[in-house]
Write a protein that binds this ligand. Structure first.
Ligand code: NAD
Ligand code: 3PG
Length: 399
């Protein structure tokens, strides 16, 4: 299996891929047209990336079968194009959650004590205990979480260790899960904004979450509250946040920015980072040795399973629902030609097969095929399948 790795990747992962028999091309700097050229030249089966953008031109440049996002968020991959081209997209869910939660807490503590300003003043020869001695402290202040997936969940025990009550909004959070976690479930992001002293955002970026937190959300936040975003810059309306920083004394810790560079070094100067009270970091949430090792292990596991079984762990772009309207269940003797004849009958009837499986009973004498089709097989089609010498029984179940 040929694997192109187009981002920095833990060396243990490169070694493990080679040990698994993969031919590995490592091009951590390949971006844009250079990446298109690398895919065309290396003809990889698998592309592994971190934040490197994977547009349709990259997907179409070679015989790719699988793109592995060595991380959590896959918004930088044109998933719709991958789906059209029949290319799997997988990610490594949960493997960097602790690292990101650690950074979010580092930002929260840094905002409270204004650590970055402390450091800058001291380096400039200014001693100012009078000013920097004014901090409210975190104990007893409420943390509001928006999104309670891998990272949001990792925030909860950390907040509890700091003595911070937690309120949260997440589309799938139930009262039962909230009670089990020892947190309070709220009904909307705005309610979180109203009730929290510190808000931390942990949403995936997609069509529904882009720009989700705008002027109304920041208007609902408490004066002087803290806002931390380690998810994606595009989830928030950055000018609205900047206005809230200026007008109501919000402090913000931002690890991610709209239109940030996808590589390790570049010119980049978003206006918001110049505001007093805003601490920006360089999209480093996942960048700990521990997290990158765990990510590499998972990316290698995905490639190995794919190479060894043809199935792919953690796929994010399989259809959740197909247009199938019924399942044709064929109990048959496990002989060559049964499935071919069945599919011929289905095809001749103009029915479109959506999904299928065939399971074999112990001993290998008999098997059952389940074929989900779009459309209703007429009695004649069912009979055409049933008359095959090795078919025992045919049943049609509506979906
Ligand atoms: N700063 C970093 O280095 C860093 C590292 C890892 C992840 N991230 C970002 O953080 C995000 C969250 O990571 P995670 O590991 O917790 O992912 P996750 O998939 O476990 O959680 C995603 C959360 O987003 C919510 N969500 C998704 N679509 C939604 C929608 N349409 N409406 C409402 N809620 C929706 C989910 O319900 C879930 O709560 C990632 O998608 C990624 O963008 C950043
Ligand atoms: O979604 C992720 O996993 C993070 O944003 C990490 O991005 P990175 O791999 O480019 O550091």
């Amino acid at each position: 299996m040929r694997v192109l790795v187009a981002d920095s990747f833990d060396s243990s992962g490169l070694d493990a891929l080679a040990k698994a028999g993969c031919t590995v091309t490592y091009r951590p700097q390949a971006k844009d047209q250079a990446l298109v050229n690398e895919v065309a030249a290396a003809a990889p089966d698998v592309l592994i990336v971190r934040s490197t953008k994977v547009p349709e031109a990259v997907l179409a440049a070679g015989p790719l079968k699988l793109v592995v996002r060595a991380g959590a968020g896959y918004n930088t991959i044109d998933v719709a194009a991958a789906s059209r081209l029949g290319i799997y997209v997988s990610n490594c869910p949960g493997k960097n959650s602790i690292a990101v939660a650690e950074l979010a807490f580092a930002l929260i503590a840094a905002l409270d004590r204004r650590i970055a300003d402390n450091v800058a003043d001291l380096r400039a020869g200014v001693w100012n205990k009078g000013e920097y001695g004014k901090a409210r402290g975190l104990f007893g202040r409420t943390l509001g979480l928006i999104g309670l997936g891998g990272i949001g969940s990792a925030m909860v025990p950390r907040a509890q260790a700091f003595g911070m009550p937690v309120v949260a909004w997440s589309r799938s959070l139930t009262d039962e899960r909230a009670a089990a976690l020892g947190i309070t479930r709220l009904g909307s992001p705005t309610e979180v904004a109203e009730q929290a002293d510190v808000v931390s955002v942990h949403l995936a970026l997609n069509g529904e979450t882009r720009g989700l937190l705008g002027a109304d959300f920041f208007a609902a936040m408490r004066d002087g509250a803290f806002f931390v975003n380690t998810s994606r810059g595009e989830v928030i309306d950055q000018p609205a946040l900047a206005a809230a920083v200026r007008d109501k004394g919000l402090r913000a810790g931002l690890d991610v920015f709209a239109d940030e560079p996808s590589g390790g070094q570049a010119e980049f100067h978003p206006a918001i980072v110049d505001l007093p009270g805003v601490y920006g970091t360089h999209h480093i949430g996942a960048s700990t040795d521990q997290a990158q090792q765990a990510i590499a292990d998972e990316a290698v596991r995905i490639v190995r399973v794919f190479a060894e079984t043809g199935t792919v762990p953690n796929v994010v772009n399989l259809a959740r629902h197909t247009p199938a309207t019924c399942t044709v269940v064929i109990r048959h003797l496990d002989r060559p030609g049964v499935l071919a004849a069945t599919l011929d009958a289905i095809s001749l009837a103009g029915l479109n097969v959506q999904e299928m499986e065939n399971v074999v009973f112990e001993g290998g004498e008999a098997a059952v095929a389940r074929i989900n089709v779009e459309g209703s097989p007429q009695a004649a089609v069912v009979e055409a399948i049933r008359v095959h010498d090795n078919v025992l029984d045919v049943q049609v179940i509506g979906l």
